[in-house]
Design a protein around this ligand. Structure first.
Ligand code: CP3
Length: 321
């Protein structure tokens, strides 16, 4: 989940000096941002500071991070011709700075807590490339998928291959676990997931270096969880729209689950936060294989002391079991 970002004053201070992409491209600064939540919150893992779209910057479609509304792609990919014109992604040339950030962070952490690397899953990354930015209905993406299945398959193959090399590069540089973010996958029906996404996610996960845990996350996935599990991952990330125990039953108890407090709960008063944290832990029932987490990233309006209180509470309540 995103745990760095604008709710942290020390992040805002760095962002006053660097643009977002500039920050990502600067390993020393990106390593500093990665460590901020570890120092400030006492979380049990660091999450690499990067972005899911860094990998597709070299496709040269005009990636920009505008003021607050999320990423923009100025020259979206809308047709078979656009897909045919895509150059292959040379990962070592495209994102050496990310691997350097991983090395700097693991050096600085010295094993205190593990580092989670990550990448965007092919569908979610493609949705930005095709829509040109965030979307509600993902109609351009679905049109390409339905009208030009061969071009869609080609696009998924390019992204899945590059993403596997990217995550393996992070693992080689020292990441202890990796998370695949399919943040917007919940917009698809189960049939579409099966036909247009599952085979690509499966081959991506199968190509990852064995021995490093893989967390597979999406939002709005209540109807897709079994299929996501089929696609792969040692841990399935749950958002807050499903009860954690129901989600765990769906994916099966032979995989772990991560989640799933609604990040908006952190805007509420301490008593509510306490009750909701307790509810998530109760639903996990002390079983091994649960990673407490938010169901999605921290909202920028969130008071830092509420996030800190949540972390302390999770430690307090899970130590008692
Ligand atoms: O420690 C961490 O939390 C790691 C950082 C992280 C970022 N992006 C930094 C970031 C991670 C894990 C991501 C992944 C990412 N990026 C996802 C998947 C996770 C998710 O939240 O679903 C997605 C969909 C993106 C694309 C993206 N990047 C969006 C939608 C936005 C805008 C969000 C906003 O709050 O405006 C970004 C920008 C971004 N990525 C920020 C950060 C800290 C905020 C940018 C800023 O400083 O202006």
């Amino acid at each position: 989940m995103r745990q760095a970002g604008r709710y942290l004053p020390e992040y805002r201070a760095l962002r006053a000096r660097y643009g977002f992409l500039e920050l990502c491209h600067n390993p020393a600064a990106a390593a500093e941002v990665t460590l901020q939540p570890v120092e400030r919150l006492g979380v049990d893992a660091a999450i690499l500071f990067a972005d899911i779209l860094l990998l597709v910057e070299p496709l040269d479609r005009g990636l920009e991070f505008g003021k607050g509304e999320g990423p923009i792609i100025h020259r979206p990919i809308r047709s078979e011709t656009d897909v045919a014109a895509l150059a292959p992604i040379d990962v070592d040339e495209a994102v050496p700075f990310v691997f350097e950030t991983v090395r700097m962070v693991t050096g600085a952490l010295g094993g205190r807590v593990p580092l989670i690397g990550f990448a965007g899953a092919p569908f979610t990354v493609a949705s930005y490339l095709v829509e040109g930015g965030p979307s509600r209905d993902y109609l351009h993406t679905k049109r390409l998928m339905y009208e030009s299945p061969e071009a869609w398959r080609r696009l998924m193959e390019i992204l899945a291959g590059a993403t596997a090399r990217y995550l393996n590069g992070q693992i080689a540089a020292g990441a202890d676990a990796v998370q695949l973010f399919d943040s917007w996958i919940g917009v698809l029906s189960p049939d579409d997931y099966r036909a247009y996404v599952l085979p690509h996610v499966r081959s991506l996960i199968a190509a990852l270096a064995p021995g490093t845990p893989v967390i597979h996350f999406g939002t709005g996935t209540a109807a897709l969880l079994r299929l996501m599990r089929e696609a792969g991952g040692d841990v399935i990330g749950l958002d807050w729209r499903i009860d954690l125990d129901t989600g765990w039953d769906l994916v099966g108890h032979d995989v772990g689950v991560q989640g799933n407090l609604d990040p908006a709960v952190l805007l509420g008063p301490p008593a509510l936060i306490r009750a909701r944290v307790k509810s998530v832990l109760d639903r996990a029932g002390g079983r091994p294989g649960h990673i407490f987490n938010l169901g999605h990233g921290v909202h920028r309006e969130t008071p830092v002391d509420h996030v800190r209180a949540m972390v302390d509470l999770v430690h307090e309540l899970s130590a008692r079991r």
